[in-house]
Design a protein around this ligand. Structure first.
Ligand SMILES: Cc1cc2nc3c(=O)[nH]c(=O)nc-3n(C[C@H](O)[C@H](O)[C@H](O)COP(=O)(O)OP(=O)(O)OC[C@H]3O[C@@H](n4cnc5c(N)ncnc54)[C@H](O)[C@@H]3O)c2cc1C
Length: 268
């Protein structure tokens, strides 16, 4: 849709260009920004012109994913390198092929909907966000902590997500994925993911609930995959189930318990 209040547009080429004037907003893929009115937004600063390498390898075998990396590029990389969770989490988005090619990984994380597939992905793989504050410098924060609720993050005004780092140990791990939505093509009501590290990487297990709780819920088991009773007790102790047109809180709790048990069985 047209954004009638927007009168300015800048292409960012270097970090100094990311200093936002009052009323300016970062533009990534624009698939959310242009999907609803943005009262108060008078200017857009295009992040995709920064020229960041979409994907690059880290020294530990991990992957550095630029905030501007299109979701489709990450999915294709997962298919090439045998990381099924990339495509699974991308498919968890209610998004047409066209949106996938335009929407960025960083835009999905910063918009921070409960049903954000890239948040599910990053939380499951211990993704760490590298953030550029407006005054200079940088800091790192786990994506699972950065997202604080359905549409809220810890990002302050003018802070820019630069990159998400996925550690090598998480990429070497076995993973499992389940998703449910009330409508076949509807937005996710619950996304359940799990990961068990190789013995060489310590063998820990991690289970994550997104879309069913307002913020990512991460359950960790350093000694490996827990038994069914322990996982069920931990799921029942989780806070943050919520009700909206895509599902009620008790439905989300119930389906998450059932599907996370399937994830546990697959990883056992
Ligand atoms: C039909 C349709 C279906 C959708 N389905 C889903 C869905 O199932 N789940 C879901 O989560 N979303 C969904 N969306 C919303 C949106 O398309 C996605 O969240 C998408 O990934 C946003 O990415 P983008 O690059 O287009 O972000 P943009 O629209 O460009 O930006 C989104 C927000 O993040 C900010 N931002 C972007 N990048 C950065 C950065 N690097 N640093 C700081 N701030 C930044 C922008 O200022 C803006 O506020 C859907 C949208 C449509 C139109």
């Amino acid at each position: 849709m047209d954004l009638h209040t927007v009168t300015g547009f800048r292409r960012a080429r270097e970090r100094a260009d990311l200093a936002l004037a009052p009323g300016e907003r970062i533009l990534a893929g624009g698939t959310w920004l242009f999907s609803e009115p943005q009262p108060g937004v008078t200017g857009l600063v295009d992040l995709t012109t920064m020229g960041w390498e979409p994907l690059s390898e880290l020294a530990d075998g991990g992957l550095s994913v630029a905030a501007t990396c299109p979701i489709a590029d990450l999915t294709a990389h997962g298919e090439r390198t045998g990381v099924p969770l990339f495509a699974q989490c991308a498919h968890a988005l209610l998004a047409s092929w066209k949106i996938w090619h335009t929407a960025t990984v960083g835009g999905n994380v910063c918009r921070a909907f409960a049903a954000a597939g890239m948040v599910a992905l990053a939380a499951t793989l211990d993704g760490v966000a590298l953030v550029w504050p407006p005054g200079g410098g940088e800091y790192r924060v786990p994506v699972a902590t950065l997202v604080t609720g359905d549409g809220t993050t810890t990002l302050g005004p003018g802070e820019v997500l630069r990159v998400i780092e996925l550690p090598g140990a998480a990429l070497r791990a076995r993973t499992a994925f389940r998703r449910i939505a009330l409508a076949e093509l509807g937005r996710s009501g619950a996304v359940l993911t799990g990961r068990v590290d190789t013995a060489h990487d310590g063998g820990a297990a991690t289970f994550v609930i997104t879309a069913a709780t307002t913020a990512p819920t991460v359950l960790r088991y350093p000694a490996g995959v827990p038994d069914a009773a322990r996982l069920r007790a931990d799921v029942d102790a989780v806070d943050g189930w919520y009700t909206d047109p895509l599902g009620s809180a008790d439905w989300r709790h119930g389906v998450s318990a059932v599907l996370l048990e399937q994830v546990r069985e697959e990883l056992s």
